[in-house]
Ligand binder design. Structure first.
Ligand SMILES: [Zn+2]
Ligand SMILES: [Zn+2]
Length: 117
């Protein structure tokens, strides 16, 4: 039997230091939110995604849902499954998946990222 620990952006660097995140009670963190609660990078990003204004899909007008891939927030349309990125986010993902030449590898990486979240 295998036990998989979910990827955390802070998993490697923070290690055993810090306090338990008060939101997911899973990740350890040293950072606090404005209320003085311990919050890990994952939860902070999730809350940021929640607080961001929701966009409407340019294709069908459905309100899109925020989704987090690595440490950026994207908009995804639940209706047509379209994913919408800001220009900077696309560059970031390209870098992340080490793909500046072909768009196929980038798309695969993106699909994997979505499937995993
Ligand atoms: Zn957390
Ligand atoms: Zn749509």
């Amino acid at each position: 039997m295998m036990f998989l620990v979910p990827n955390s952006t802070e998993g490697c660097s923070m290690g055993l230091f810090g306090e338990k995140c008060e939101f997911c009670r899973k990740n350890k963190t040293k950072r606090k939110n404005e209320l003085g609660q311990y919050i890990c990078a994952d939860c902070e990003l999730e809350q940021k995604a929640d607080s961001e204004e929701k966009r409407k899909c340019p294709v069908d007008g459905t309100q899109m849902e925020k989704e987090i891939i690595e440490d950026i927030i994207i908009d995804r349309c639940p209706s047509c499954k379209g994913v919408f990125l800001d220009a900077g986010e696309i560059d970031y993902l390209r870098e992340l998946f080490g793909d500046s030449d072909s768009s196929s590898g980038f798309a695969t990486g993106l699909a994997v990222g979505i499937a995993a979240s």
